[in-house]
Design a protein around this ligand. Sequence first.
Ligand SMILES: [Zn+2]
Length: 408
Amino acid sequence: MTPSINADRLWQSILELARIGPTSEGGSCRLALSVEDKEARALLLDWCRPLNLHFEQDAIGNMFLSRKGRMDTAAAVAFGSHLDTVPTGGRFDGTVGVLAGLEVMRTLHDANITTGAPLELVNWTNEEGSRFRPAMMGSRVHAANMSLEAALAITDDEGTSVEAALHDSGQAGALVPSPRGWTCWLELHIEQGPVLEASGADIGIVTGTMHARYFQLMVTGEPSHVGPTTMDRRRDSLAAAAEIILAVERIALAAEPGGRASATWIENYPNARGNVANITRLHCDVRHEQAENAVAMEHELRGVLNAIGLRRGVNIAIDPYASFGPVAFDTRLADLLRDKASMRQLTTRDMIAAAGHDSVLMASLTPSAMLFIPSVGGITHNPREYSTKEQIARGAQILLDAVVELAR
Ligand SMILES: [Zn+2]
């Protein structure tokens, strides 16, 4: 039997990390490569110091903390998640995966156990994509899904580039981002939905992900005066955007239960009270459990955009800037996680991840698996996001049990 993780220590670490970038409602805001993200990364390194882990960082800021195995040249078993959050972040999204990985390292250290293969704990840069899009940027670059040069040139809404943010936060490492030859990848994450809690299962075995497609839309009309311009002569980009936002929602409602879609971001020009708007930019996404249905949702969206453009005399340019999935995770790793859960008398449920995760990118490189723990009330990207100490401890224990067996 592998040793037991220290549930209290893990819980305390999560609470301590959550105090970096506190929000008034009790959540955390640590946008990628911000001052707060930098502080959280430094705390992780502090915690790792007594564990004698070897720290390396690549040029996109991904952090790798490796623990020696008995077989020095063997490929590592890797696990982790992300420490960055959305602006309205809770305390558990991503953090649970990184700090459960830390707890794996701590438990093995305390028990004086050296695994056969080395272990590697990872904190991926900019998983959330709130400040710099696209999401999962660090793992994308690592997996050559996006070039380093392209990622470094991306700017936030203030015009700060990823390259400048990496430099300012001291997170531009020396390694050239590239796959590290791991034998497998594991990620523990909160579910961020209501399924596990409703089912009563302790652990979600994630068998795959939805297929999601992200778009930037640029609606171009014509500037005019809000008074003298008669209604029939207006080419109002903001009014067109309003129709688009509702159409996106309708497309998702029609694609339930497997479909989801939302418009999430808007920028309006000139955004002046006396002007009919003439340029409005929007971001939206469509996603579905079945890849072909996500494609059908995109097709429907394009049809709606075309109709709105024609009727309102506005041009709508569509930039499909990112997508993820569908990914099928490794079935043998999923079997192993199921076995480890049942050995601890925990119940499991197979499920599909609706959100993007770094594991999506890892699945293109190495056998990968994810396990979920319940999110109370299914609430996430919200200060009220919550999982109990016990739920987190169960997930971390299964992670440790699986890691020890995989690195035997
Ligand atoms: Zn996450």
